[in-house]
Design a protein around this ligand. Structure first.
Ligand SMILES: Nc1ncnc2c1ncn2[C@@H]1O[C@H](COP(=O)(O)OP(=O)(O)O)[C@@H](O)[C@H]1O
Ligand SMILES: [Mg+2]
Length: 220
C-alpha cells in the first residue's frame, strides 16, 4: 500500500516559490487502478515523482508498504525504485541508439541480471506487450504507441508491484492510447497497483478510482 501524509512540495527558483503540492493525503491500496486528473500545473507530476521516490517532499511523508521513504538513504530509495516501481512517461524516455530488446534489458543489466536471462526476459516482455516481432527495431522505427508499449515492457523488467504512468497516453492517438490502457488493465488484473495521471476523461474513466487535483490540492 502507498500512503501520503500531509505531503507538500515547494519549488524554489531564486526568490520565486511555487507551492506545487499542499498537504496531500492519499491512500492507494494494493491492486488498485487509480487515475489522477487535473489541469496542467496542478501538481500531478510532482505527486507521482514523490510517490515514485524520484524526488523528496518539502514536508510530509510517503509510506510504501509501511516504510517511511523519507527515512531511507539514497541507496534505499534507489532500491525501492528498482524493486517495487515501474515508470512510464509521456515522452517514453527510451534510448534511441538501442533496439527494443536492449532498451527493455537495460534495467536488468543495472540490476545485475546475467545477459542470457535478461535477453530472454526482455523478449518475453516485448511479446507480452505485442512487440514480439519488433525486438530488433529502434524507437525511431516504431510508432508512438509502439514506443510506449516498449516503455511498458521496460517498466516490467524488474517485475514491479506498482506501475506509475505520467500521462502515458498524452503523446499518442486515441486508438493507441486505448491499447496502452488495455495493457495496463491486464497488468492490474495480475495484481499490480496502477497509478496513471491523465488529462483525458475517457482514459481516466477506465481506471477504478479517480482523484482530482487543482492548485496542488487533492480534491477528492
Ligand atoms: N522542477 C521544478 N522547478 C520549479 N517549479 C516546478 C518544477 N516542477 C514543477 N514546477 C511547478 O510546480 C507546479 C506543479 O507542476 P506539475 O507537478 O508539473 O503539474 P502537472 O503535472 O499537474 O502539470 C507548476 O506550477 C510547475 O510550474
Ligand atoms: Mg505533469
Amino acid at each position: 500500500m502507498i500512503r501520503t501524509e500531509n505531503l507538500s512540495k515547494v519549488y524554489r527558483m531564486g526568490k520565486v516559490e511555487v507551492q506545487a503540492l499542499r498537504d496531500v493525503n492519499l491512500e492507494i491500496k494494493d491492486g488498485e487502478f487509480m487515475a489522477i486528473i487535473g489541469p496542467s500545473g496542478s501538481g500531478k507530476s510532482t505527486l507521482l515523482n514523490l510517490i515514485g521516490c524520484l524526488d523528496k517532499p518539502t514536508s510530509g511523508a510517503v509510506f510504501i508498504d509501511g516504510i517511511d521513504t523519507g527515512k531511507l538513504s539514497e541507496n534505499g530509495l534507489a532500491e525501492i525504485r528498482r524493486e517495487k516501481i515501474g515508470f512510464i512517461f509521456q515522452q517514453f524516455n527510451l534510448i534511441h541508439t538501442l533496439n527494443a530488446l536492449e532498451n527493455v534489458a537495460l534495467p536488468m543489466f543495472f540490476a545485475g541480471v546475467r545477459r542470457e536471462t535478461r535477453m530472454k526476459r526482455a523478449e518475453e516482455l516485448l511479446t507480452k506487450v505485442g512487440l514480439g516481432d519488433r525486438i530488433n527495431h529502434k524507437p525511431s522505427e516504431l510508432s508512438g504507441g509502439e514506443q510506449q508499449r516498449m516503455a511498458i515492457a521496460r517498466s516490467l523488467s524488474n517485475d514491479p508491484e506498482i506501475i506509475i504512468g505520467d500521462e502515458p497516453t498524452g503523446n499518442i492517438d486515441t486508438e493507441a492510447g486505448n491499447a496502452i490502457m488495455d495493457i495496463l488493465e491486464g497488468l492490474n488484473r495480475e495484481g499490480r497497483t496502477i497509478i496513471v495521471v491523465t488529462h483525458d476523461a475517457e482514459i481516466a474513466a477506465r481506471a477504478h478510482t479517480t482523484k482530482r487535483m487543482r492548485d496542488g490540492i487533492l480534491l477528492d
